[in-house]
Design a protein around this ligand. Structure first.
Ligand code: AMP
Ligand code: MG
Length: 347
C-alpha cells in the first residue's frame, strides 16, 4: 500500500481535511495526539476498524479507544454517570480515557466484545480537527506494531507502519509521551486501569473516590482475566532483555557498573537508561539519559524514544534506573515494568 506522509500543524486545514476524507472512506490514518501517535479509523465502521488490528498485528481481544471532539457522547454510551461527567468537565480535552457502558452504535469489534467502551477527547488540535472534519468518532490504538514501544514522534510511526496505512500526518513530538490514563467509571467507583498523566491525586482533588486496579502494581496473573484487556500483554518492549534496578541510587549505579564490566568481558554491550543526575557515573556501556529526576514529565515524554534508541544501537542488554511509584512515577514505572517483562531487582 502507498502511504502518504504529510507534515502538518494545527493550521494545515487542507491536509487535515484530506486525511478526514480517508477516514470517511474507511481508510487508516496515523495522527498525533498529546499522549502518543494514534492509528485511526472510523469508529462506527467495523470493516475499517478491522484494518487497525491487521496493520498493527494487534490481538482481537484488546479493545480500542474511541476519540471524540464533542462533549455530547450520548450517542455512543448507554447512560453517563455523574462521576464520568465530572472527569470530562475537569480533564477533557486531555490525556484521560473513561470506560463506560456502550450503546449499540459502537461495533463489538471496537470494544473486543465488552459491553463497555473507552472514550477520550484529545487536546491535540490536529487530532481534534481530524475528528471534526471526519464527522465521526475515531477509534485509535497507539500507532506502533503491537508489542513495540509506543510512538511519540512521526518518525516512529514511519518506522513501524509505512506501507501499512493510507496516510500519516503529524510532525510534533507528543507532549506527554505516555498513553492516556484509563479509568473505569461505574456508579460511585472510579478505578484506574492504566496510569497516565492524569494521576490518582488529580482525580481525588476533584472529589472522586479512586481505586487503583491491582494489576497495575504487580505482575498480572497469567490465569486471571484482566479488567482492562491490554494489561495482560507484553508491551512497549525493546529488542534487548531489560532489567530495572530500584533502591538507593548509589547502589543502583554500582550494580549497573558491575554489569557493564561483566558483559564487556563477554563481548556484550550494555545499554543504560540513566538520568541527568547519574549519566556521568557510568564507566562504558551505551548510556542514554532519559531526563532529570526533577522533571518526571520530561522523563515520561522521552521514555519510549529512549527504548527505541536502544533498538537502533542494537545493545545486548538494557539496565534501567527505577523511579518512585507515585504521581507520574506510577505511569512511568508501569510502562518500564512491562517493557522489562517485570524483571525488577530491588537493591
Ligand atoms: P492502546 O490504544 O494501545 O493505548 O490501548 C487501549 C487500551 O485501553 C486497551 O489496551 C485497554 O487496556 C483499554 N481499554 C479500551 N477499551 C476498554 C474497555 N472497554 N474496558 C477496559 N479497558 C479498555
Ligand atoms: Mg498501544
Amino acid at each position: 500500500m502507498d502511504t502518504k506522509v504529510y507534515y502538518v500543524d494545527e493550521h494545515s486545514d487542507e491536509k487535515i481535511k484530506e486525511a478526514a476524507e480517508v477516514i470517511k472512506r474507511g481508510g487508516l490514518v496515523v495522527f498525533p495526539t498529546e499522549t502518543v501517535y494514534g492509528l485511526g479509523a472510523n469508529a462506527l465502521d467495523e470493516e475499517a476498524c478491522r484494518k487497525i488490528f491487521k496493520a498493527k498485528g494487534r490481538p482481537q481481544d484488546n479493545p480500542l479507544i474511541v476519540h471524540v471532539a464533542d462533549f455530547d457522547i450520548s450517542e455512543y454510551v448507554e447512560n453517563i454517570q455523574e462521576n464520568a461527567k465530572k472527569i470530562m468537565e475537569n480533564f477533557w480535552p486531555g490525556p484521560i480515557t473513561i470506560v463506560v457502558k456502550k450503546s449499540s452504535r459502537i461495533p463489538m469489534l471496537v470494544t473486543a466484545n465488552l459491553d463497555s467502551v473507552a472514550i477520550r477527547m484529545p487536546s491535540n488540535k490536529v487530532a481534534r480537527k481530524l475528528i471534526e472534519y471526519a464527522g465521526v468518532p475515531i477509534a485509535a490504538p497507539s500507532a506502533n506494531i503491537s508489542g513495540r514501544p509506543s510512538p511519540t514522534t512521526i518518525e516512529h510511526t514511519i518506522d513501524d507502519l509505512m506501507g501499512k496505512v493510507d496516510m500519516i500526518i503529524g510532525g510534533d513530538k507528543c507532549e506527554f509521551g505516555l498513553e492516556s490514563t484509563v479509568v473505569e467509571v461505574l456508579d460511585e467507583k472510579v478505578t484506574i486501569l492504566r496510569p497516565g498523566a492524569v494521576t490518582k491525586d488529580m482525580l481525588e482533588e476533584i472529589g472522586l473516590n479512586v481505586d487503583i486496579d491491582p494489576a497495575i502494581l504487580t505482575k498480572p496473573d497469567e490465569n486471571l482475566k484482566p479488567k482492562s484487556p491490554g494489561m495482560k500483554y507484553r508491551h512497549y518492549a525493546p529488542k534487548a532483555e531489560m532489567t530495572i534496578i530500584t533502591g538507593r541510587i548509589e547502589r543502583t549505579v554500582d550494580y549497573i557498573n558491575m554489569k557493564i564490566d561483566e558483559m564487556k568481558s563477554k563481548g556484550k554491550l550494555v545499554g543504560v537508561l540513566a538520568t541527568d543526575e547519574t549519566k556521568d557515573l557510568y564507566r562504558g556501556g551505551y548510556i542514554i539519559s532519559v531526563g532529570s529526576r526533577k522533571k518526571l514529565g520530561l522523563i515520561a515524554a522521552n521514555l519510549f524514544d529512549t527504548l527505541r534508541e536502544f533498538d537502533k544501537i542494537d545493545v545486548d542488554y538494557i539496565y534501567a534506573e527505577g523511579f518512585e511509584e507515585d504521581g507520574l512515577g506510577l505511569a512511568i514505572m508501569n510502562r518500564m515494568k512491562k517493557a522489562a517483562s517485570y524483571n525488577v531487582i530491588n537493591l
